[in-house]
Design a protein around this ligand. Structure first.
Ligand code: PLP
Length: 229
């Protein structure tokens, strides 16, 4: 299947998931995860009007960003080491992996120096797997409280990664858990503005994530494909 056919198929599946769950199609944003593909393929994605680009490491993103940075909105979706913050802030508008105070301090320092706002998702380890990054759900409220003092970090919502399941349906409790946590945090009114965003769902489980309230799905293999480079 070519890129255009994949884009059409994903778009249709997103629309159907929205319809099934009574949601408006324009509440769901698709991020094209380009970590497996070349600069040319990333350019082709942008040519098709998909302007949200996700990468999980600066090293694999660098060449693409240098060639195409101005054309899209960039999302850093992988674990972010503090010593890589200098490469990422100012280039990636969204960070999906805010998971610790030391990282917030680095982000704040760099964003202040550049006089810009970083849009951030707090990464939460809903599934509780020891191999996954993220705050424990019980830590989320106090962490969010702390974020109020970082004037250059704007927490827009929560992000999680579900365990890989052979049946996507099995990921539903994880996605539902993230939505419930967001709603619970909003009830506590910790931030001046409620958290609106949920970054959840990948190629194998995005429809379930949408049914559970995802506002950003991160799609790699199913949307942009995988290339052997
Ligand atoms: C690679 C990656 C994705 C996309 O993975 P696919 O299964 O190819 O859709 C989404 N989110 C994160 C954090 C990733 O690292």
């Amino acid at each position: 299947m070519g890129l255009i056919e994949r884009i059409n198929e994903v778009d249709q599946r997103v629309s159907e998931a929205c319809r099934r769950s009574g949601r408006n199609r324009n509440e769901v944003n698709v991020i094209a995860v380009t970590k497996y593909v070349s600069v040319d393929q990333t350019a082709a994605v942008l040519d098709q009007g998909i302007l949200h680009i996700g990468e999980n490491r600066w090293q694999t993103a660098k060449e693409k960003w240098q060639a195409l940075g101005e054309r899209g909105t960039w999302h850093f979706i992988g674990h972010l080491q503090s010593n890589k913050v200098k490469d990422v802030v100012g280039r990636f508008q969204y960070i999906h992996s805010l998971d610790r105070l030391s990282l917030a301090k680095e982000l704040e320092k760099k964003a202040e120096a550049l006089n810009l706002q970083v849009q951030a998702f707090m990464q939460i380890n809903i599934s509780g797997e020891s191999t996954k990054y993220g705050l424990q759900p019980e830590q989320a409220a106090s962490f969010l409280q702390e974020m109020n003092r970082f004037k250059h970090i704007n927490v827009v919502g929560l992000m999680t990664m579900a365990p890989f399941e052979t049946s996507a349906e099995d990921t539903r409790p994880v996605f539902r858990g993230l939505r419930q946590l967001r709603d619970e945090l909003n009830k506590q009114a910790i931030t001046p503005e409620p958290l609106t965003e949920l970054s959840m769902g990948m190629s194998n489980d995005f429809e379930v994530a949408i049914e559970e309230g995802a506002t950003w799905v991160r799609l790699g293999s199913i949307l942009v494909g995988k290339e052997e480079n």
